[in-house]
Design a protein around this ligand. Structure first.
Ligand code: PLP
Length: 403
C-alpha cells in the first residue's frame, strides 16, 4: 500500500491562509520569556485593559437570566435597534436594524462581506499597509486582491486618483480601514468624499469600511464612509466591541449595510455558524447604553503613550516616524537600517531586523511585510508606558550598534 500522507487531503483553498508573522513573532517572544528572558513585547494587537466592570456584570446577569440558548441568526432585535440608534447619533449613518448583522467578531463580518459580494475573479482594492486578514479572506472568497500601497511620505494614505486608476469593471469592493491597523492613519472627510465619488462612478462597486478602531482616535473626529451622501447603500460598515470596549475575547462584531446585503450575510452566517453568543449580545447593550468614561479613559491613555512612543522613535537616527492619528500602533519606516551590519550580521530585510531585535535585544516587534510593506515595522503601544520606554531604549541601543 502506498504511504499515506494526510496533508494531501487538504484543500487548495487553505493554502491561501498563511501563518502570519504576527503569530510567529508573538510566539517567539513567549518562547524566549518561557526560557527566562526579560522580553518586552510590542506585538500586542489588543487592549491591555480589562472589559469595564458594568459590561462584565451585565453578562453575568444575562447568563443568570437564561440567555444561554441560541440567539437569532442576525442577532437580538434589541441590540440591533440599539446599534442602529447609536449609528445615527454618533456616526450620522442611517441604517435600520434590519441592515445590521451581529457576528462572531469583526473578523466574521469581514468574511461575511467578502463571501456575500464576491464571485470568483472579482477584484478587491485593498489599501496598503493593510491588516493581513483582508488579503487572506478575499482570496478565500475567490476574489483577486488589487493592492495599492502608500508610504510614510503619503501619510500612509492612498489617494482617490490612484484608486480611480486601479478600478475596473470587475471591481466589487474597496476596503478602507480608518483608523488603520498597522499605521494609525485616518482618512478625513474630504479624502473619503473623493473616494466615494470614485466608487459611485462604478455601478457594481461597494466600499467595505472597517471602523473597528473608531473609539481610539486622538486628534480629529472619526468620519464614517456610510455617513457621506449616497454612501449608506454603497457601504458595508464593519465594526465590533473588541478594541474600543476592550472586549476581544468576547467575540462580538457587526456589519451595517443595505438590507439585501445584510440578508445575504445573515444567510451565509447561518450556513457557517449561527448568531453570536446570547449573553454576550445582552452585555453589548449595556456597553452601548451604559457610561463611556472607561472607553474615554482608555483613549486618553493610548494618546499619552502614542506621544511617548512617537517622540522616542523620532530620536533614533535612521528611523522615520509618522504620528498615528488613532489605534494603538505605530509604523516607523526603518528602510535606512536595511543593508547595515551588526558585527558580521547583515540586516537584510525588515523580517531580519525584527528577528535580530528580538533575538539579540529582547524586544518584539512585527515586520511590515505582514501588512504589505517592506520598509516598516509595527510597534504596539497597548502596553504600559514603562514597558514602552524600556522597549524603545532597547531599540535605540540596538540601532546604535549598526554600522
Ligand atoms: N479589523 C482590524 C483592522 C483589526 O485590526 C482587527 C483585529 O485585530 C479586526 C478587524 C478583528 O477584530 P475582532 O476581534 O472583532 O474580530
Amino acid at each position: 500500500m502506498p504511504a499515506f500522507d494526510v496533508r494531501q487531503s487538504l484543500s487548495r483553498r487553505t493554502e491561501a491562509i498563511e501563518d502570519t508573522a504576527i503569530i510567529r513573532m508573538a510566539q517567539k517572544a513567549r518562547d524566549l520569556q518561557a526560557a527566562g528572558h526579560d522580553v518586552v513585547s510590542l506585538t500586542i494587537g489588543e487592549p491591555d485593559f480589562d472589559t469595564p466592570v458594568h459590561i462584565r456584570a451585565a453578562a453575568t446577569r444575562a447568563m443568570e437570566a437564561g440567555f444561554t440558548h441560541y440567539a437569532p441568526g442576525a442577532g437580538f432585535p434589541e441590540l440591533r435597534a440599539a446599534l442602529s440608534k447609536n449609528l445615527k447619533a454618533e456616526n450620522g449613518i442611517d441604517c435600520p436594524p434590519a441592515g445590521i448583522v451581529m457576528t462572531n467578531g469583526a473578523k466574521q463580518a469581514i468574511a461575511n462581506a467578502c463571501f456575500a459580494v464576491l464571485d470568483p475573479g472579482d477584484e478587491v482594492i485593498i489599501l496598503a499597509p493593510y491588516w493581513a486578514s483582508y488579503e487572506t479572506t478575499v482570496k478565500m472568497a475567490g476574489g483577486v486582491p488589487v493592492v495599492l500601497h502608500a508610504g510614510l511620505e503619503d501619510g500612509f494614505k492612498v489617494s482617490a486618483d490612484r484608486i480611480a486608476k486601479a478600478m475596473t469593471a470587475r471591481t466589487r469592493l474597496v476596503m478602507i480601514n480608518s483608523p488603520s491597523n498597522p499605521t494609525g492613519a485616518m482618512y478625513d472627510h474630504a479624502e473619503l468624499q473623493s473616494i466615494a465619488a470614485v466608487v459611485t462612478a462604478h455601478p457594481h462597486a461597494l466600499v467595505m469600511a472597517d471602523e473597528i478602531y473608531e473609539y481610539i482616535a486622538f486628534d480629529t473626529a472619526h468620519v464614517s464612509m456610510a455617513a457621506l451622501p449616497g454612501m449608506a447603500e454603497r457601504t458595508i460598515t464593519i465594526n465590533g466591541f473588541s478594541k474600543g470596549f476592550a472586549m476581544t475575547g468576547w467575540r462580538l462584531g457587526w456589519s451595517a449595510s443595505a438590507e439585501p446585503v445584510a440578508r445575504a450575510m445573515a444567510k451565509l452566517q447561518g450556513a457557517f455558524s449561527a448568531g453570536p453568543n446570547a449573553f454576550v449580545q445582552q452585555a453589548a447593550i449595556a456597553a452601548l447604553e451604559g457610561p463611556r468614561d472607561e472607553v474615554e479613559k482608555m483613549r486618553l491613555t493610548y494618546r499619552r503613550r502614542r506621544d511617548v512612543i512617537t517622540d522616542l522613535l523620532a530620536k533614533i537616527p535612521g528611523i522615520r516616524v509618522h504620528r498615528p492619528a488613532g489605534t494603538f500602533y505605530v509604523f516607523p519606516d526603518v528602510s535606512a537600517l536595511i543593508g547595515r551590519t551588526a558585527g558580521n550580521h547583515l540586516i537584510s530585510s525588515v523580517e531580519d531586523l525584527c528577528d535580530w531585535l528580538l533575538d539579540e535585544h529582547h524586544v518584539a516587534t512585527i515586520p511590515g511585510t505582514a501588512f504589505g510593506d517592506a520598509n516598516s515595522i509595527r510597534l504596539s503601544f497597548a502596553t504600559s508606558e514603562t514597558e514602552i520606554r524600556k522597549g524603545l531604549m532597547r531599540v535605540a541601543e540596538a540601532v546604535a550598534r549598526l554600522s
